[in-house]
Write a protein that binds this ligand. Structure first.
Ligand SMILES: NC(=O)c1ccc[n+]([C@@H]2O[C@H](COP(=O)([O-])OP(=O)(O)OC[C@H]3O[C@@H](n4cnc5c(N)ncnc54)[C@H](O)[C@@H]3O)[C@@H](O)[C@H]2O)c1
Length: 343
């Protein structure tokens, strides 16, 4: 947790030490970093994950290092028995489990709806039944869709463009309604393109930062869908972790509010490709352009004023620092993989 300084962790640690926190999807990319932070801050953590989009390697290491603090349930959030076991004794539930891909949701909208919307309802029900005080939900900036107004503010009407966006937005409505009807506090963190170490680079659905890095490190040209002028608010994973910790420890009720979690910097895909090529010191690998993918929006950047006001959030890692440290991490993995295959 090198990115959170004492100034960040001291107030959080005193509130999280020895509290029981459940993390759904805790074996995944963002969830794994969140679990690292919670363990360092002394929380007692239960992870529920069905490993449908992750493996057990990170969680196995975390259990090795913190055997008394971490419990892992391999199971689905849709399964009431696994879910009720996962939330036993929990004060706070951080809900990250989801099917995270826009193209996959276009291929199988029903599955995406069941896991992302119905699954969120199951998590809320189980948390409420177990007497948890708060559920923090990982929402998505895809809810804004192609509404041209920038930066994206939470007061804008949502215009989900894909089954993924629709299901994630459904999850927000469920959180708000659970706060209203059942008195359990909820918070919806709308993340903007999160990137960082340990994000999957190998799937056809890989996010753009690891996909580009994988190409550059293998001396291949990256593929850009569309003309590359589309923009995103690339946000280092430490910022999403910090937002979860702030929401989990807020002294004030959050009442189902939605808050943007981004870095607030607009970057085109072409600019991203250029920055990563520079960091990887390659200059002769021009991107290959393919037709745009269905369901993807043109422009996105966050206004984080509400996150500041409600949670005291501000980014702990800037875009440049995040891209640099993430590139270093993938370079080390690449070297390590090369060395082990040469042995
Ligand atoms: N990565 C981003 O840029 C981004 C942006 C916006 C929102 N989000 C949201 O953040 C959350 C975490 O995303 P991530 O990038 O870490 O994705 P991820 O796929 O790495 O993590 C999700 C985890 O959930 C697990 N999972 C899936 N279905 C499950 C089920 N039925 N029961 C239990 N576990 C299940 C997967 O195995 C995986 O480990 C998701 O809710 C996603 O929608 C991510």
């Amino acid at each position: 947790m090198t990115w959170l300084t004492d100034q960040h962790t001291k107030p959080l640690g005193s509130k999280l030490h020895n509290t029981i926190v459940t993390v759904t999807g805790g074996a995944g990319f963002i969830g794994g970093h969140l679990v690292d932070a919670l363990l360092t801050l002394g929380a007692r953590v239960t992870v529920i994950d069905d490993l449908s989009n992750s493996d057990a390697s990170t969680i196995a290491q975390q259990i090795d290092q913190h055997p008394e603090q971490l419990r892992f349930i391999q199971g689905s959030i849709l399964d009431p028995v696994s879910m009720s076991s996962a939330v036993e004794g929990a004060q706070t539930v951080l809900h990250l489990a989801a099917l995270g891909s826009v193209p996959k949701s276009v291929e199988d909208p029903a599955r995406t709806w069941v896991v992302n919307a119905t699954g969120t309802m199951r998590v809320l029900s189980a948390a409420h039944k177990a007497g948890a005080q708060r559920v923090v939900y990982s929402a998505s900036s895809s809810a804004y869709g192609d509404n041209p107004a920038l930066p994206k503010q939470e007061s804008q009407a949502p215009e989900p463009e894909s089954p993924y966006a629709a299901a994630k937005l459904g999850g927000e409505s469920l959180c708000r309604s659970w706060s209203n009807c059942y008195g359990i506090d909820t918070a919806c963190l709308r993340y903007f393109n999160i990137f960082g170490p340990r994000q999957a680079a190998d799937s056809a659905y890989a996010a753009v930062v690891p996909a580009f890095l994988k190409c550059y490190l293998n001396n291949q040209s990256p593929t850009i869908f569309g003309d590359g002028t589309q923009t995103r608010d690339f946000t280092h994973v430490s910022n999403a972790v910090y937002a979860n910790l702030l929401a989990a420890t807020s002294d004030q009720p959050i009442n189902g509010q939605t808050v943007n979690i981004g870095a607030g910097v607009q970057t085109s895909i072409n600019q991203l490709a250029q920055s990563l090529a520079q960091l990887c010191t390659v200059n002769d690998l021009d991107p290959i352009y393919q037709p745009p993918r269905t369901g993807e929006v043109q422009d996105s950047v966050s206004d984080i004023a509400r996150a500041k006001a409600v949670l005291g959030y501000e980014p702990v890692t800037s875009l440049d620092e995040g891209l640099e440290s993430t590139t270093r991490w993938y370079q080390q993995q690449h070297l390590h993989a090369g060395n082990s295959s040469a042995e």
